[in-house]
Write a protein of this length. Structure first.
Length: 400
């Protein structure tokens, strides 16, 4: 049995701090609004037939604790029958939610689900959930380093200069700015307050005034952490061929901290046909793969190769790619390893320009890719993200 994506929707992204445009909106409400939007965009949808809500969310504490997916389901108006489950595969959580929904459908266990993610980084800051990721001696023995150090390690090992990563970041900003001007974010909705008035109607952090010169003036974000925290030494001990970590990443060429939510409607064809719904994409393959935890952000390429093998496809069969721009070096490494040109990767910009609401990003990238494939009358796309601790995730979709 095949799994299909019937629709995808995301909120605008707001700055992930107390001055951000979405700070006044709870994460439960963010998730609720994308669920309601799916229902409004698909009038034929019989919500009684939607069985479960699977949401990715990384920091599952405070406003995002106690299974936020269930409370979004409860607020959605779909009905009391609707269940909810919240998962955490770090930055891959939103895509993992889609993949798990597809697995339920392909196994015949479910007919129609909502899958997506949510993260309010202004209300629940990154790291609020604690854990022994850095300070646990077991983690140190495994030579774990902060992700920023890992990004700089990739740049150092594979020869990406400060100018290289800044140029990539500039391109991301220009592409996102042009996409905004051309109204290309079809799956995006404004976030509204209790009175139905717009709180935020466009992505808040796109910076069309960005230049390579302004980026060059920013200070590296992870140099002091690497030296004073001893993480540079940990990385070099693991990769002794590198004499020195070149700290090239900063706030302008790394993903921005933002708030947002996203959701997709995933189901089998028979159930959709019975409601008069038309599927937009079929999920061809999905894969995860572990990588070295020190240089942890190289997972997208091997995970994508695994997904391609599963689908019986070659990289040349993919028309467009969405690679999460956690740091500029991540998609740069992906393009080099996969032999893919930048002209088909993140064509409307990425997280450097738009932001990375951790648990929601994978689902947001899926909707962005769906819209662009349809706009260009193309057929196949691949979504992939690097994941903390040394993992990669990838999903291949095909237009119906």
């Amino acid at each position: 049995m095949e799994a299909y994506i019937y629709d995808a929707v995301r909120t605008v992204r707001g700055k992930g701090n107390k001055k951000g445009g979405l700070n006044s909106i709870t994460p439960v409400e963010l998730a609720t609004q994308v669920l309601k939007s799916l229902k409004e965009r698909n009038e034929q949808l019989d919500t009684e037939q939607v069985e479960d809500v699977i949401l990715g969310c990384v920091a599952q504490v405070k406003d995002q604790g106690v299974n936020i997916a269930k409370f979004a389901a409860q607020n959605s108006g779909y009905g009391e029958h609707l269940c909810g489950v919240t998962l955490n595969r770090f930055c891959g959580s939103g895509l993992e939610a889609i993949n798990q929904a597809a697995a339920y459908v392909r196994a015949g266990f479910s007919n129609m689900l909502v899958a997506g993610g949510v993260e309010s980084m202004s209300r629940v800051p990154m790291g609020s959930d604690g854990g022994g990721f850095l300070m646990d001696p077991v983690g140190i023995n495994d030579k774990l380093v902060p992700q920023g150090i890992s990004a700089d390690l990739i740049a150092s090992k594979y020869g990406y200069s400060r100018a290289d990563v800044d140029k990539f970041a500039y391109t991301s900003q220009m592409r996102a700015s042009q996409a905004e001007a051309d109204n290309k974010f079809d799956s995006r909705i404004a976030v509204k307050d209790i009175n139905g008035l717009d709180v935020l109607a466009s992505d808040e952090i796109i910076r069309p005034s960005t230049t390579v010169e302004t980026l060059a003036g920013l200070q590296p974000s992870f140099a002091m952490m690497g030296e004073m925290g001893g993480f540079d030494a940990v990385a070099i001990d693991k990769y002794p061929e590198i004499e020195e970590i070149q700290h090239v990443h900063h706030a302008g060429n790394s993903s921005a901290i933002v708030d947002g939510a996203a959701a997709t409607l995933v189901g089998n064809k028979a159930t959709g046909d019975a409601m008069g719904l038309k599927p937009r994409f079929k999920i061809r393959a999905a894969a995860v793969l572990g990588t070295d935890p020190t240089i942890m952000l190289i997972g997208p390429a091997p995970a994508s190769k695994k997904a391609l093998k599963q689908a019986g496809m070659n990289v040349s069969d993919i028309d467009l790619f969405e690679v999460n721009e956690a740091f500029a070096a991540v998609p740069m490494y992906f393009m080099e390893q996969m032999g893919v040109d930048h002209s088909v990767v993140n064509v409307n910009g990425g997280a450097i320009a738009l932001g990375h609401p951790l648990g929601a990003t994978g689902c947001m990238l899926t909707g962005t890719l769906m819209d662009e494939l349809e706009r260009r009358d193309l057929n196949t796309g691949l979504i992939t993200l690097c994941i903390g601790g040394g993992m990669g995730i990838a999903t291949i979709i095909e237009r119906v």
